[in-house]
Write a protein that binds this ligand. Structure first.
Ligand code: NAD
Length: 330
Protein backbone atom coordinates (compact mmCIF):
# COMPACT_ATOMS: atom_id res chain seq x y z
CA UNK A 1 0.00 0.00 0.00
CA UNK A 2 1.37 3.38 -0.99
CA UNK A 3 1.85 5.89 1.79
CA UNK A 4 2.70 9.59 1.95
CA UNK A 5 5.63 10.93 -0.03
CA UNK A 6 8.26 11.38 2.69
CA UNK A 7 10.39 14.10 1.20
CA UNK A 8 10.88 17.76 2.04
CA UNK A 9 10.32 20.21 -0.77
CA UNK A 10 8.91 19.61 -4.21
CA UNK A 11 9.51 16.49 -6.29
CA UNK A 12 9.42 16.97 -10.08
CA UNK A 13 9.02 13.90 -12.27
CA UNK A 14 9.34 14.27 -16.05
CA UNK A 15 7.51 12.19 -18.65
CA UNK A 16 10.74 10.32 -19.39
CA UNK A 17 11.27 9.41 -15.74
CA UNK A 18 7.62 8.34 -15.34
CA UNK A 19 8.09 5.84 -18.15
CA UNK A 20 11.25 4.57 -16.47
CA UNK A 21 9.93 4.14 -12.92
CA UNK A 22 6.26 3.10 -13.33
CA UNK A 23 5.87 -0.30 -14.95
CA UNK A 24 2.65 -2.17 -15.70
CA UNK A 25 2.72 -4.17 -12.47
CA UNK A 26 3.03 -1.04 -10.30
CA UNK A 27 0.24 0.66 -12.26
CA UNK A 28 -2.00 -2.42 -12.00
CA UNK A 29 -1.61 -2.59 -8.21
CA UNK A 30 -2.11 1.15 -7.74
CA UNK A 31 -5.27 1.19 -9.86
CA UNK A 32 -6.68 -1.97 -8.28
CA UNK A 33 -6.05 -0.59 -4.77
CA UNK A 34 -7.70 2.73 -5.51
CA UNK A 35 -10.79 1.07 -7.09
CA UNK A 36 -11.09 -0.95 -3.88
CA UNK A 37 -10.73 2.19 -1.76
CA UNK A 38 -13.41 3.97 -3.83
CA UNK A 39 -15.87 1.11 -3.28
CA UNK A 40 -15.23 1.18 0.49
CA UNK A 41 -15.83 4.95 0.55
CA UNK A 42 -12.21 5.62 1.51
CA UNK A 43 -11.46 7.50 -1.70
CA UNK A 44 -13.59 9.83 -3.73
CA UNK A 45 -13.36 11.84 -6.92
CA UNK A 46 -14.30 15.51 -6.95
CA UNK A 47 -16.51 16.94 -9.71
CA UNK A 48 -14.71 17.09 -13.06
CA UNK A 49 -14.20 20.45 -14.79
CA UNK A 50 -13.84 20.40 -18.59
CA UNK A 51 -14.02 23.56 -20.68
CA UNK A 52 -13.53 24.57 -24.30
CA UNK A 53 -11.12 27.49 -23.80
CA UNK A 54 -11.84 29.17 -27.13
CA UNK A 55 -8.19 28.98 -28.22
CA UNK A 56 -6.54 26.32 -30.45
CA UNK A 57 -9.85 24.35 -30.23
CA UNK A 58 -8.51 23.09 -26.92
CA UNK A 59 -10.45 21.30 -24.19
CA UNK A 60 -8.90 21.93 -20.80
CA UNK A 61 -9.93 20.72 -17.36
CA UNK A 62 -9.25 19.18 -13.97
CA UNK A 63 -9.76 15.75 -12.48
CA UNK A 64 -9.12 15.58 -8.76
CA UNK A 65 -9.83 13.60 -5.62
CA UNK A 66 -8.62 12.31 -2.28
CA UNK A 67 -7.65 8.76 -1.41
CA UNK A 68 -7.65 8.54 2.38
CA UNK A 69 -6.43 4.94 2.34
CA UNK A 70 -3.38 5.76 0.22
CA UNK A 71 -3.11 9.35 1.58
CA UNK A 72 -3.01 10.78 -1.94
CA UNK A 73 -4.50 14.22 -2.61
CA UNK A 74 -4.18 16.02 -5.90
CA UNK A 75 -5.37 17.12 -9.30
CA UNK A 76 -4.63 16.25 -12.91
CA UNK A 77 -4.78 19.37 -15.06
CA UNK A 78 -4.75 19.18 -18.81
CA UNK A 79 -6.78 18.21 -21.80
CA UNK A 80 -6.81 17.91 -25.55
CA UNK A 81 -5.12 20.24 -28.07
CA UNK A 82 -6.07 18.92 -31.53
CA UNK A 83 -3.42 20.98 -33.36
CA UNK A 84 -0.48 19.66 -31.36
CA UNK A 85 0.31 16.82 -33.76
CA UNK A 86 1.34 19.38 -36.39
CA UNK A 87 3.72 20.87 -33.79
CA UNK A 88 5.32 17.47 -33.20
CA UNK A 89 3.82 16.82 -29.76
CA UNK A 90 0.90 14.60 -28.74
CA UNK A 91 -2.61 16.05 -28.57
CA UNK A 92 -3.38 14.92 -25.02
CA UNK A 93 -1.32 16.93 -22.51
CA UNK A 94 -1.59 16.72 -18.75
CA UNK A 95 0.30 17.22 -15.49
CA UNK A 96 -0.48 15.86 -12.03
CA UNK A 97 -0.09 18.02 -8.91
CA UNK A 98 0.13 16.15 -5.59
CA UNK A 99 -0.37 17.83 -2.22
CA UNK A 100 0.42 16.80 1.36
CA UNK A 101 -3.00 15.78 2.74
CA UNK A 102 -1.87 16.88 6.24
CA UNK A 103 -0.87 20.43 5.31
CA UNK A 104 -2.00 21.20 1.77
CA UNK A 105 1.63 21.87 0.79
CA UNK A 106 2.55 21.09 -2.83
CA UNK A 107 4.61 17.88 -2.86
CA UNK A 108 5.00 16.78 -6.47
CA UNK A 109 4.64 17.78 -10.12
CA UNK A 110 4.38 14.72 -12.31
CA UNK A 111 4.06 14.44 -16.10
CA UNK A 112 0.63 12.96 -16.86
CA UNK A 113 0.81 11.78 -20.47
CA UNK A 114 2.49 8.38 -20.11
CA UNK A 115 0.68 7.86 -16.81
CA UNK A 116 -2.74 8.38 -18.45
CA UNK A 117 -1.99 5.62 -20.95
CA UNK A 118 -0.61 3.19 -18.38
CA UNK A 119 -3.39 3.78 -15.83
CA UNK A 120 -6.08 3.29 -18.51
CA UNK A 121 -4.46 0.03 -19.59
CA UNK A 122 -4.21 -1.01 -15.93
CA UNK A 123 -7.93 -0.39 -15.53
CA UNK A 124 -8.97 -2.80 -18.30
CA UNK A 125 -6.30 -5.26 -17.11
CA UNK A 126 -7.78 -5.21 -13.60
CA UNK A 127 -11.20 -5.93 -15.13
CA UNK A 128 -9.79 -8.87 -17.13
CA UNK A 129 -8.10 -10.26 -14.03
CA UNK A 130 -11.27 -9.90 -11.94
CA UNK A 131 -14.01 -10.75 -14.45
CA UNK A 132 -12.88 -12.73 -17.49
CA UNK A 133 -13.00 -16.52 -17.70
CA UNK A 134 -9.70 -18.02 -16.53
CA UNK A 135 -9.56 -20.14 -19.71
CA UNK A 136 -9.81 -17.10 -22.06
CA UNK A 137 -7.62 -17.76 -25.10
CA UNK A 138 -8.50 -15.15 -27.75
CA UNK A 139 -8.23 -11.41 -27.20
CA UNK A 140 -10.25 -9.11 -29.46
CA UNK A 141 -8.97 -5.56 -29.93
CA UNK A 142 -11.38 -2.96 -31.31
CA UNK A 143 -9.21 0.10 -31.85
CA UNK A 144 -5.62 0.59 -33.00
CA UNK A 145 -4.67 4.09 -31.84
CA UNK A 146 -2.18 5.36 -29.26
CA UNK A 147 -3.95 3.77 -26.27
CA UNK A 148 -4.47 0.38 -27.89
CA UNK A 149 -0.82 -0.65 -27.67
CA UNK A 150 -0.77 -0.04 -23.91
CA UNK A 151 -4.07 -1.91 -23.58
CA UNK A 152 -2.72 -4.92 -25.46
CA UNK A 153 0.50 -5.16 -23.44
CA UNK A 154 -1.39 -5.03 -20.12
CA UNK A 155 -4.13 -7.45 -21.22
CA UNK A 156 -1.83 -10.27 -22.35
CA UNK A 157 -0.32 -10.37 -18.86
CA UNK A 158 -3.68 -11.36 -17.31
CA UNK A 159 -4.60 -14.56 -19.20
CA UNK A 160 -2.82 -17.11 -21.41
CA UNK A 161 -3.95 -15.55 -24.67
CA UNK A 162 -2.95 -17.60 -27.70
CA UNK A 163 -4.14 -15.15 -30.34
CA UNK A 164 -5.17 -11.51 -30.87
CA UNK A 165 -7.88 -10.59 -33.38
CA UNK A 166 -8.29 -6.93 -34.28
CA UNK A 167 -10.71 -4.69 -36.08
CA UNK A 168 -10.35 -0.93 -36.46
CA UNK A 169 -12.52 1.57 -38.35
CA UNK A 170 -9.30 2.92 -39.90
CA UNK A 171 -7.54 -0.23 -41.20
CA UNK A 172 -4.36 1.71 -42.01
CA UNK A 173 -3.71 2.01 -38.25
CA UNK A 174 -3.79 -1.75 -37.59
CA UNK A 175 -0.10 -2.43 -38.42
CA UNK A 176 0.90 -0.28 -35.39
CA UNK A 177 -0.86 -2.73 -33.10
CA UNK A 178 0.25 -5.78 -35.09
CA UNK A 179 3.84 -4.66 -34.50
CA UNK A 180 3.32 -4.68 -30.74
CA UNK A 181 1.70 -8.14 -30.84
CA UNK A 182 4.72 -9.31 -32.81
CA UNK A 183 7.07 -7.86 -30.18
CA UNK A 184 5.14 -9.64 -27.43
CA UNK A 185 5.15 -12.86 -29.49
CA UNK A 186 1.41 -13.47 -29.76
CA UNK A 187 -0.17 -14.30 -33.16
CA UNK A 188 -2.22 -11.40 -34.56
CA UNK A 189 -4.94 -11.35 -37.21
CA UNK A 190 -6.96 -8.44 -38.62
CA UNK A 191 -10.56 -9.62 -39.01
CA UNK A 192 -14.09 -8.33 -39.64
CA UNK A 193 -16.13 -7.36 -36.59
CA UNK A 194 -18.46 -10.38 -36.70
CA UNK A 195 -15.48 -12.73 -36.74
CA UNK A 196 -13.89 -10.86 -33.86
CA UNK A 197 -17.07 -11.33 -31.82
CA UNK A 198 -17.31 -15.01 -32.77
CA UNK A 199 -13.71 -15.76 -31.74
CA UNK A 200 -12.86 -13.49 -28.83
CA UNK A 201 -13.14 -14.51 -25.18
CA UNK A 202 -12.13 -11.01 -24.07
CA UNK A 203 -12.81 -7.84 -26.08
CA UNK A 204 -11.25 -4.44 -25.43
CA UNK A 205 -12.80 -1.43 -27.17
CA UNK A 206 -10.58 1.66 -27.26
CA UNK A 207 -11.82 4.01 -29.97
CA UNK A 208 -13.30 7.50 -30.29
CA UNK A 209 -16.57 6.12 -31.70
CA UNK A 210 -19.90 7.92 -31.43
CA UNK A 211 -21.96 4.93 -32.51
CA UNK A 212 -22.09 1.24 -31.73
CA UNK A 213 -19.32 -0.85 -33.29
CA UNK A 214 -20.25 -4.25 -31.73
CA UNK A 215 -23.71 -5.84 -31.71
CA UNK A 216 -25.12 -8.14 -29.01
CA UNK A 217 -25.64 -11.18 -31.26
CA UNK A 218 -22.06 -11.13 -32.59
CA UNK A 219 -20.42 -12.16 -29.32
CA UNK A 220 -20.13 -15.52 -27.56
CA UNK A 221 -21.64 -16.44 -24.18
CA UNK A 222 -18.97 -16.00 -21.50
CA UNK A 223 -17.25 -13.07 -23.19
CA UNK A 224 -15.75 -10.31 -21.08
CA UNK A 225 -15.73 -6.81 -22.59
CA UNK A 226 -13.65 -3.89 -21.36
CA UNK A 227 -15.12 -0.77 -22.97
CA UNK A 228 -12.49 1.93 -22.52
CA UNK A 229 -13.06 4.56 -25.22
CA UNK A 230 -16.30 6.14 -24.08
CA UNK A 231 -15.53 8.97 -21.67
CA UNK A 232 -17.80 11.77 -22.92
CA UNK A 233 -21.50 12.34 -23.42
CA UNK A 234 -22.53 11.05 -26.85
CA UNK A 235 -19.67 8.58 -27.36
CA UNK A 236 -20.56 4.88 -27.77
CA UNK A 237 -18.66 1.71 -28.70
CA UNK A 238 -21.12 -1.18 -28.22
CA UNK A 239 -24.88 -1.46 -28.70
CA UNK A 240 -27.32 -0.69 -25.90
CA UNK A 241 -28.75 -4.21 -26.35
CA UNK A 242 -25.32 -5.66 -25.60
CA UNK A 243 -24.99 -3.45 -22.51
CA UNK A 244 -28.46 -4.59 -21.36
CA UNK A 245 -27.51 -8.25 -21.88
CA UNK A 246 -24.29 -8.04 -19.85
CA UNK A 247 -23.55 -8.00 -16.13
CA UNK A 248 -22.21 -4.49 -15.73
CA UNK A 249 -19.20 -3.21 -13.80
CA UNK A 250 -17.46 0.15 -13.82
CA UNK A 251 -14.84 2.30 -12.13
CA UNK A 252 -17.41 4.89 -10.99
CA UNK A 253 -21.16 4.46 -11.39
CA UNK A 254 -21.94 8.19 -11.63
CA UNK A 255 -19.53 8.58 -14.57
CA UNK A 256 -20.59 5.35 -16.26
CA UNK A 257 -24.25 6.31 -16.44
CA UNK A 258 -23.65 9.89 -17.62
CA UNK A 259 -20.49 9.90 -19.78
CA UNK A 260 -19.62 6.21 -20.03
CA UNK A 261 -20.73 3.24 -22.08
CA UNK A 262 -23.92 2.64 -20.08
CA UNK A 263 -25.29 6.17 -20.77
CA UNK A 264 -27.26 5.07 -23.86
CA UNK A 265 -28.87 1.98 -22.29
CA UNK A 266 -29.80 4.16 -19.29
CA UNK A 267 -31.34 6.82 -21.57
CA UNK A 268 -33.26 4.12 -23.47
CA UNK A 269 -34.65 2.77 -20.19
CA UNK A 270 -33.06 -0.67 -20.81
CA UNK A 271 -31.13 -0.64 -17.53
CA UNK A 272 -30.99 1.44 -14.36
CA UNK A 273 -28.11 2.76 -12.29
CA UNK A 274 -28.64 -0.12 -9.84
CA UNK A 275 -27.56 -2.55 -12.58
CA UNK A 276 -24.03 -1.13 -12.61
CA UNK A 277 -21.60 -2.35 -9.92
CA UNK A 278 -18.32 -0.64 -8.95
CA UNK A 279 -15.51 -3.09 -9.75
CA UNK A 280 -14.05 -2.18 -6.37
CA UNK A 281 -16.76 -4.31 -4.78
CA UNK A 282 -15.46 -7.35 -6.65
CA UNK A 283 -11.88 -6.45 -5.67
CA UNK A 284 -12.94 -6.14 -2.01
CA UNK A 285 -14.84 -9.44 -2.10
CA UNK A 286 -18.20 -7.74 -1.61
CA UNK A 287 -19.57 -8.83 -5.00
CA UNK A 288 -19.11 -12.23 -6.64
CA UNK A 289 -18.23 -10.74 -10.06
CA UNK A 290 -18.66 -13.40 -12.77
CA UNK A 291 -20.87 -16.25 -11.53
CA UNK A 292 -20.92 -18.59 -14.56
CA UNK A 293 -18.91 -19.47 -17.67
CA UNK A 294 -21.81 -18.32 -19.87
CA UNK A 295 -22.24 -14.90 -18.34
CA UNK A 296 -21.31 -11.87 -20.42
CA UNK A 297 -19.47 -9.34 -18.27
CA UNK A 298 -18.83 -5.76 -19.33
CA UNK A 299 -16.49 -3.33 -17.60
CA UNK A 300 -17.12 0.31 -18.43
CA UNK A 301 -13.80 2.08 -17.84
CA UNK A 302 -14.61 5.76 -17.85
CA UNK A 303 -11.34 6.99 -16.34
CA UNK A 304 -11.31 8.72 -12.95
CA UNK A 305 -8.94 11.27 -11.45
CA UNK A 306 -8.04 8.95 -8.57
CA UNK A 307 -6.42 6.56 -11.06
CA UNK A 308 -4.16 9.38 -12.24
CA UNK A 309 -3.30 10.41 -8.70
CA UNK A 310 -2.58 6.80 -7.71
CA UNK A 311 -0.03 6.22 -10.48
CA UNK A 312 1.43 9.72 -10.08
CA UNK A 313 2.02 9.02 -6.39
CA UNK A 314 3.85 5.82 -7.34
CA UNK A 315 5.92 7.77 -9.89
CA UNK A 316 6.84 10.44 -7.34
CA UNK A 317 7.80 7.88 -4.70
CA UNK A 318 9.77 5.67 -7.07
CA UNK A 319 11.54 8.63 -8.69
CA UNK A 320 12.45 10.13 -5.32
CA UNK A 321 13.66 6.77 -3.99
CA UNK A 322 15.84 6.04 -7.02
CA UNK A 323 17.26 9.56 -7.35
CA UNK A 324 15.55 10.07 -10.72
CA UNK A 325 13.41 12.98 -9.52
CA UNK A 326 14.41 16.62 -9.50
CA UNK A 327 13.90 17.99 -6.00
CA UNK A 328 13.37 21.66 -5.26
CA UNK A 329 13.14 23.33 -1.86
CA UNK A 330 9.88 25.27 -1.47
P1 NAD B 1 -6.16 7.83 -31.04
O1 NAD B 1 -6.58 9.11 -31.67
O2 NAD B 1 -4.73 7.47 -31.00
O3 NAD B 1 -6.97 6.61 -31.73
C1 NAD B 1 -8.34 6.73 -31.95
C2 NAD B 1 -8.97 5.38 -32.18
O4 NAD B 1 -10.38 5.57 -32.42
C3 NAD B 1 -8.46 4.66 -33.42
O5 NAD B 1 -8.66 3.27 -33.25
C4 NAD B 1 -9.39 5.21 -34.52
O6 NAD B 1 -9.46 4.35 -35.63
C5 NAD B 1 -10.70 5.26 -33.79
N1 NAD B 1 -11.60 6.32 -34.26
C6 NAD B 1 -11.32 7.61 -34.53
N2 NAD B 1 -12.44 8.27 -34.91
C7 NAD B 1 -13.44 7.36 -34.88
C8 NAD B 1 -14.84 7.42 -35.16
N3 NAD B 1 -15.42 8.55 -35.52
N4 NAD B 1 -15.58 6.29 -35.02
C9 NAD B 1 -14.99 5.12 -34.62
N5 NAD B 1 -13.68 5.02 -34.32
C10 NAD B 1 -12.92 6.12 -34.46
O7 NAD B 1 -6.78 7.88 -29.56
P2 NAD B 1 -6.34 7.06 -28.27
O8 NAD B 1 -5.38 7.88 -27.49
O9 NAD B 1 -5.96 5.69 -28.66
O10 NAD B 1 -7.70 7.05 -27.44
C11 NAD B 1 -8.77 6.25 -27.85
C12 NAD B 1 -9.99 6.62 -27.06
O11 NAD B 1 -9.82 6.34 -25.67
C13 NAD B 1 -10.37 8.09 -27.12
O12 NAD B 1 -11.75 8.19 -27.38
C14 NAD B 1 -10.03 8.62 -25.74
O13 NAD B 1 -10.87 9.70 -25.37
C15 NAD B 1 -10.30 7.41 -24.91
N6 NAD B 1 -9.60 7.39 -23.61
C16 NAD B 1 -10.25 6.87 -22.55
C17 NAD B 1 -9.63 6.81 -21.33
C18 NAD B 1 -10.34 6.21 -20.14
O14 NAD B 1 -9.82 6.28 -19.03
N7 NAD B 1 -11.46 5.60 -20.32
C19 NAD B 1 -8.33 7.30 -21.18
C20 NAD B 1 -7.67 7.79 -22.29
C21 NAD B 1 -8.32 7.84 -23.51
Amino acid sequence: MLKKLDTDGLVIVTEEVCAKVVDRALAFNAVQDVFGAMARGDAYNFPVIREAIGHEDALYGFKSGFDKAGMVLGVKAGGYWPNNMAKGIINHQSTVFLFDPDTGKLKALVGGNYLTAIRTAASSAVSIAQLSRKDSKVLGMVGAGHQSTFQLRAAVEQRDFEKVVCWNPHPEMIPNLAKVADEIGVPFEAVEREQLGAEADVIITITSAFESLIEADWIKPGTHLACMGTDTKGKQEVSSELVAKATLFTDEVAQSTTIGETQHAIAAGLISEADVTPIGKVINGDHAGRTSDDEITLFDGTGVGLQDLAVAAVAAQQAAATGEATQVAL
